[in-house]
Design a protein around this ligand. Structure first.
Ligand SMILES: Nc1ncnc2c1ncn2[C@@H]1O[C@H](COP(=O)(O)OP(=O)(O)OP(=O)(O)O)[C@@H](O)[C@H]1O
Ligand SMILES: [Mg+2]
Length: 247
């Protein structure tokens, strides 16, 4: 049986009258690509926030490789091996793509280094390899601001990989990208994750992406997990189709 990487047990959180997590139980297994789907406001991003230490649940625990991370700080959780990619890539727009990578590498080492020293960092060849892996090496010397949206997303993934995670959490990795580009980005992304042996959880609204790239799907609905299964099982469920996908 596959190793459990992340395990959420009975997670509860409410914001005033809004219940964003109401008894969430979920195991993320090593090597899988798990999609999280569900309507707006269901609590999908909240789950990612809790798993990365940005929010503390009012009840329940999250463990990562058997260690309780519920009350840990985001930077501690990153060091343990959970990285995150954002809906809007978090890049330093006036730095070059390579500088962004080296800043991430420096933060992993815990040595915030001045920009002047970046070009001499021992991680430079590894960062170049990661940019190549996601197909954006030719942009290394361009500022992040110059990149088209799709390439920014890929750099954001390379930045997350620079942290050497075991698990990568992604909130709508292809949002804001033209539908014609989505497949290419997801192809590159999933190949890079497989190559680096990184497990992934991704929130996705596009069911074509879910069908194509997820091994397993968890359906969120009003702070609860309504169903977990293979993409085929989940997408064939009449309740999921009606309440979540809206067809
Ligand atoms: N920090 C917060 N403070 C107050 N309310 C919050 C906070 N974070 C989330 N919420 C509320 O909790 C509910 C769940 O939000 P969440 O962002 O997790 O939904 P989501 O499933 O990611 O939705 P979407 O598909 O629109 O991104 C929403 O009603 C949201 O307004
Ligand atoms: Mg969200």
């Amino acid at each position: 049986m596959a190793n459990v990487l992340l395990s959420a047990k009975d997670i509860q959180i409410r914001f005033g009258g809004v219940i964003a997590a109401d008894g969430i139980n979920l195991d993320v297994l090593e090597g899988e690509n798990l999609a999280i789907i569900g309507p707006n406001g269901a609590g999908k991003t909240t789950f990612l926030n809790i798993s990365t230490g940005y929010l503390r649940p009012q009840a329940g625990t999250v463990t990562f490789l058997g260690q309780d991370i519920t009350a840990q700080l985001p930077r501690t959780i990153v060091k343990l091996g959970i990285a995150r990619a954002f809906q809007i890539p978090q890049l330093f727009l006036d730095q070059t793509v390579m500088e962004n990578m080296l800043i991430a590498a420096a933060s992993r080492r815990g040595h915030p280094s001045g920009l002047r020293a970046l070009s001499h960092m021992p991680e430079a060849p590894e960062m170049e390899r990661l940019l190549d892996l996601v197909g954006v090496k030719s942009y290394a010397k361009r500022t992040a601001r110059e990149l088209p949206e799709g390439q920014r997303k890929l750099v954001d993934i390379a930045l997350a990989l620079a942290l050497k995670p075991k698990l990568l959490l992604m909130d709508e990795p292809t949002s804001g990208v033209a539908s014609s580009e989505k497949l290419a980005i997801m192809d590159i992304l999933t190949k890079a994750l497989a190559e680096e042996k990184v497990t992934s959880v991704f929130v996705e609204h596009d069911m074509d992406m879910v069908e194509r790239y997820a091994n397993r799907v968890a359906v969120w609905n009003v702070g609860k997990i309504q169903k977990v299964g293979t993409p085929a099982e989940v997408l064939a469920d009449p309740k999921v189709r009606e309440q979540v996908i809206g067809i």
